[in-house]
Structures are given as C-alpha cells and as structure tokens.
Design a protein around this ligand. Structure first.
Ligand SMILES: [Zn+2]
Length: 415
C-alpha cells in the first residue's frame, strides 16, 4: 500500500482531522488567485527573453507574468527566423514599449519585438543558420511563466520545406479580403501535467533502483509533447526538472491559471510484488475494489472536522461540494481506463481510498494516473522505457481528446 509516498491522505477516522488541517492550509492558496484575478490589467507583460546553450541546442525562454497563447513558426525568406506571435502584450524588455531588440545566443543572432497589429505582438529570432523548433512548452516557477522553445540546427532543405506562416493564419483570410484585425488564436485547453514527486522525494523505488520521480517526469514530458503535437492544448508541467515542488504549489498553479484539467502522474508501490497494472483515481472515487467502479464519495466534505479551521474553509467546502468538478474528473477517468487497457493491464483488484491531496483543487477536474507498479519487476522495467511510456501517454491523450470532444461546452463552462 502506498501511503505518504503518494501524497495519500487516510480517508476515515483520525485521517479526517488531518484532511481538515490540509484544507485549511490550502485555503490561503485558493483565495489569493481569486482576489488576484479581479485586477484591471488587460495586457500580459513579457518580462524577459533569454537564451542558453545546451550542446548544439539553443534554448529560448520568454518570460511572462501570466500564461499566454503563442503561435510559433519559422520563415525562410528573406533570412531564416523564428516567429512567435502573441495576442497584444506589454513589452517590458529593452527598448520602448512598442518595439526593440536584443542580442541572441547560439543559433539566434538577435531578437526583435514589436506591436505587429492592434491586437497582435510579434517576437522574432533572427537565426545565424537554419534551425527547427524541436520542442515548446510552458513552465511556471517563482510566480513567472516561461514559454520555452528548443531550437535545434537543421539543414537548409528541411528548413525551407517546413517554413511558412501557419495554416490558421492564412486560411482564415478569405481571398482578396484584408481583415481589420489579425485573427486571434483560438483558446487552447490548459492541461496541467503533474510529474509526481521530485527532488528530495524520490517516490517509490524499484528493486532495480529506478525511482518513481524520474519515471513521472519523463512521462509528463512525453504527454506534453504529444498534446502540443495534436494541437489545441497548452500543456503545463508542474515541474520540468528534478526538483521538489510542494503539493499546494502544484494545485495552486493549476487553479491560478484556470486549468481545464489536472493530471497527476505516479507509479505505484504495493506490498505484493506480483501486483501490476495501471489505475486511475479521482476524488470522487470511493474505496471500493475495482478500478472500473468509480463511485462518488457522497458527503465527504461534511465529515471534515477540526476545531481550528478558519471560517473561510466552510465556504470553500460548500463550494467544493456544489461544483461539477468531481463529475468531470470521474468522466475523464472513465474515458482513460479503456484507453489504458489497450496498452497494458489495468489494475483489477485494489483497495485504495480516495483523498489524494493533489485532487483537492475545487474547480479543476483532476485525476491521478498510477502508470503501473514500481514494486512489480515487469512494470518497473516497462515504465523505464520511452516506448511504453509513450504508448501510455498516447492513451491518456486519446482520453483527453475524447473528454473535450464529447462535451466541449461543459469542459470550458465558467472559465
Ligand atoms: Zn507517487
């Protein structure tokens, strides 16, 4: 049975008191973003643009004060460059608020920025040689957002083949018509991917020595890449390196950015080494046997007791109980299980109790995926391979696709 190593909170008896204390701590984190969102500040600020070299790869980091939708593409004419289009932002870089430039590193000779249209801001990297955007992802730490682009050298032929304005930009314009304003980027689903554990907390450790924290990080990065490639998603990692991130920070992050989904990735630990397979948990799941049986734990908020809880907690708890979040989480879980079953075994018989701390964000549908058992030799071996993790994460992405496709209106209601 995985207990504290999995951020697991007991669900009955004295555990309820601990849960109450937990919720009290969480409240501070929950209320601050609510108050913060009322500020009258239409423009997202671009705070810095920086470059680092990792071997032949140039890593560009664009720092903003809030998450931002960006369209990234390359242009070959007249000279090779990477273009990053934003909805209108407030530049807080060198130069004026309207435009400016700065030096680059590696394959980036310099960067330039400008307000390109009334509702569009553009950042351009002038390249010294053809390079492709091998990866892009959003990161959050220290209260700042970063759009991170990995630029890898490529040959001139591939570069010009892939270069060009993205279809959405040109196709949206009827022939002969010039739109008064640039088309705005469609809203993307924000999926927060939480790589369980990290840093001083290794999670479960396999007999081979492989640690859960490295499996979860690799899987999270794979899922982010898959979702980016499918389009329409803004995957956000709660951590992108081997660092320890407090659970309340992971949740606060998801809530702060109004994430549409929160998926926490773990690999299980069990007392019996023969137990294997993946499983999915949501807050609404009761402590019944089969993973397929997802039941709602009715009245769970009402059972919470604790003399020292602040008055605010009660309001939050009522809020929690009233929202549809639990139903949405259960729906995603129910979509995930059959997809995962196509890749490998899904846990047939377990006795786990819901109540994971990371599932307590009130208005972000959330699930925990235990990808397999670190305590099972075969599972641990498979989870250490990119191929198997990729297959699992494609299954998860299929479920996410289905989740949003089946009822798009509910998923974004109230956002
Ligand atoms: Zn874990």
């Amino acid at each position: 049975v995985a207990t504290l190593a999995h951020s697991f909170l007991p669900w009955s008896g004295r555990g309820l008191v601990r849960l109450a204390a937990t919720v009290a701590c969480l409240t501070v984190g929950l209320l601050a973003p609510v108050l913060g969102s009322a500020r009258a500040d239409p423009d997202i600020r671009v705070i810095s643009v920086s470059f680092t070299l990792e071997g032949a790869t140039t890593v560009a980091a664009i720092e903003t004060d809030r998450p931002i939708a960006a369209k990234v593409f390359t242009l070959a004419q007249l000279s090779p460059r990477v273009v990053v289009d934003f909805p209108r932002v407030a530049w807080r870089l060198a130069g004026t608020a309207e435009q400016g430039e700065g030096p680059g590193v590696g394959v980036v000779r310099r960067y330039r920025f400008a307000q390109n249209a009334p509702e569009k801001s553009r950042l351009v990297f002038d390249l010294t040689a053809p390079a492709r955007v091998a990866d892009r992802r959003s990161e959050f730490s220290g209260g700042k957002w970063r759009l991170v682009l990995r630029l890898e050298p490529t040959d001139a032929a591939s570069f010009s083949r892939e270069a060009g304005f993205p279809p959405a930009v040109t196709a949206a314009q009827p022939a002969g018509a010039v739109p008064a304003t640039a088309p705005t980027a469609p809203a993307r689903r924000i999926v927060v991917i939480d790589a369980g554990h990290g840093g001083k907390d290794p999670g479960a450790v396999a007999a081979s020595g492989v640690e859960e924290k490295s499996i979860t990080l690799a899987a999270a990065q794979a899922l982010a890449t898959i979702l980016e490639a499918r389009g329409g998603y803004q995957p956000v990692l709660t951590r992108s390196t081997d660092v320890f991130a407090p659970l309340e920070e992971r949740i606060g992050k998801a809530r702060d950015i109004k994430a549409h989904l929160f998926i926490s990735l773990h690999a299980d630990a069990g007392a019996r080494p023969e137990v294997n397979g993946a499983s999915v948990y949501t807050l609404s799941e009761a402590a019944t046997g089969r993973a397929q049986l997802i039941r709602q734990a009715e009245n769970w908020t009402l059972e919470i007791e604790g003399a020292d809880r602040p008055a605010d907690v009660e309001g939050v708890l009522v809020d929690l109980a009233q929202r549809e979040t639990k139903n949405q989480s259960a729906r995603l879980a129910q979509l995930m299980i059959p997809e995962l079953a196509k890749v490998g075994p899904v846990l047939a018989n377990t006795h786990r109790r819901a109540g994971f701390f990371v599932l307590l964000a009130p208005d972000v549908p959330a699930v925990i995926l235990e990808m397999g058992f670190m305590t099972n030799e075969k599972d641990a071996e498979k989870l250490a391979t990119p191929g198997h993790r990729g297959a699992l994460m494609r299954a998860v992405a299929d479920a996410i696709d289905a989740y949003f496709a089946r009822d798009a209106t509910i998923a974004i209601a109230g956002r």
